[in-house]
Design a protein around this ligand. Structure first.
Ligand SMILES: O=C(O)CCC(=O)N[C@@H](CCC(=O)O)C(=O)O
Ligand SMILES: [Zn+2]
Length: 336
């Protein structure tokens, strides 16, 4: 296998490859761009016009998605997977991946869309670099742009695999992309309804890609991901990469649950209290009238929405950041 196929090994060792560019026997060019960043380019005659950004390890302890990208890269470097798409592989936070931690100083996934400019430290620099790498990758005109930012969650979930679909004023969510996600094994999609500071929102809002955060199961250390079944996603990604995706049926959203954001719970101070058990699962339902959280100045978060559920509850986030998302079921009537 070509040495550049071992991007994960290089990243874990903190090493630069001796050769920055390599060609597979199929004429696929692999180019190391920076730590944890590798571009794959098919021969011009085979290029089908898709630019695909695959990122993982934005949170360093979310290893199942990192292992998935590592397998795809190995297959490409061995010539077993023959790309027709141009691909950018990104391991988001190399230092945190090496340490097996979600982050070192601050969460990279709260530093996009300009936030890194108001901050400093290794993660702010990395968010800036990731924006630059993504912008450069998605700078070619007249090509389809797709970004999957792969994650696993801190806690268990009543719905194991789901996507978060960013929002931009005047842009409609795409039914075709939702069908693609369903075919890739996603069971639910959260349709966002306001701007955000996560990586997928940056590529959706600023770079015109169809972008998603994908949640694939519970975060575990390297080598302990048997419980995270990414088979359907992996199969679909291989088909997308090789330009062999089966046609999607019109009714292919069947079985996909759609949610929208009712409210984001923001932690304002150290007095913030979240009234949920530590092991509460994502998508747990909350009854109307339930006192979900309390904060300074008598701030109280009381459930008003019928059918409300909680995802990503986390009272340990820094003040000013989201400590959970309250979501409600929605329909497919506003899709493009
Ligand atoms: O389990 C958790 O609490 C967080 C899992 C995770 O990292 N999720 C992403 C979602 C990004 C988005 O909002 O699209 C995150 O919190 O960064
Ligand atoms: Zn994550």
């Amino acid at each position: 296998m070509l040495a550049l196929g071992k991007l994960l090994e290089l990243t874990l060792a903190g090493r630069e490859p001796a050769e920055k560019t390599q060609l597979t026997v199929e004429g696929v060019r692999m180019r190391w761009l920076s730590e944890g960043a590798l571009e794959v380019r098919p021969p011009e005659a085979r290029d089908n016009g898709l630019d695909l950004l695959l990122s993982a390890g934005i949170h360093g302890n979310e290893t199942a998605p990192i292992e998935l990208l590592d397998r795809l890269l190995h297959d490409i470097a061995r010539g077993d997977l023959k790309p027709r798409a141009r691909i950018l592989f990104l391991f988001g936070n190399p230092e945190a991946i090496r340490k097996g931690e979600r982050f070192i100083e601050q969460d990279v996934n709260r530093l996009f869309n300009g936030r890194h400019e108001q901050s400093s430290g290794c993660e702010a620099l990395r968010a800036c670099e990731l924006e630059r790498l993504a912008a450069s990758f998605f700078s070619l005109p007249d090509r389809e742009r797709l970004h999957y930012d792969l994650h696993t969650a801190i806690r268990g979930s009543k719905i194991e695999q789901f996507a978060l679909y960013p929002w931009k004023e005047g842009r409609q969510h795409s039914r075709k992309e939702l069908a693609r996600l369903r075919a890739a094994g996603m069971e639910a999609v959260l349709l966002q309804n306001k701007p955000s500071i996560v990586f997928s929102s940056f590529t959706y809002d600023k770079l015109g890609a169809e972008s998603f955060t994908l949640e694939l199961g519970k975060a575990r250390p390297f080598g302990h991901n048997d419980g995270v079944n990414v088979d359907r996603l992996e199969t679909r990604l291989k088909q997308i990469i090789e330009g062999k995706e089966p046609e999607l049926a019109d009714d292919s959203l069947d079985g996909l649950q759609l949610f929208s954001v009712a409210r984001e719970i923001i932690k304002h101070s150290d007095s913030f209290r979240l009234n949920l058990p530590a092991d509460v699962e994502n998508f747990s339902e909350l009854e109307v009238g339930y006192l979900l959280a309390e904060d300074i100045a008598q701030t109280r978060w009381i459930i008003e929405e019928e059918g409300a559920r909680i995802i990503f509850p986390n009272p340990k986030v820094k003040n000013g950041l989201r400590a959970g998302i309250l979501i409600v079921p929605t329909t497919d009537e506003n899709l493009a």
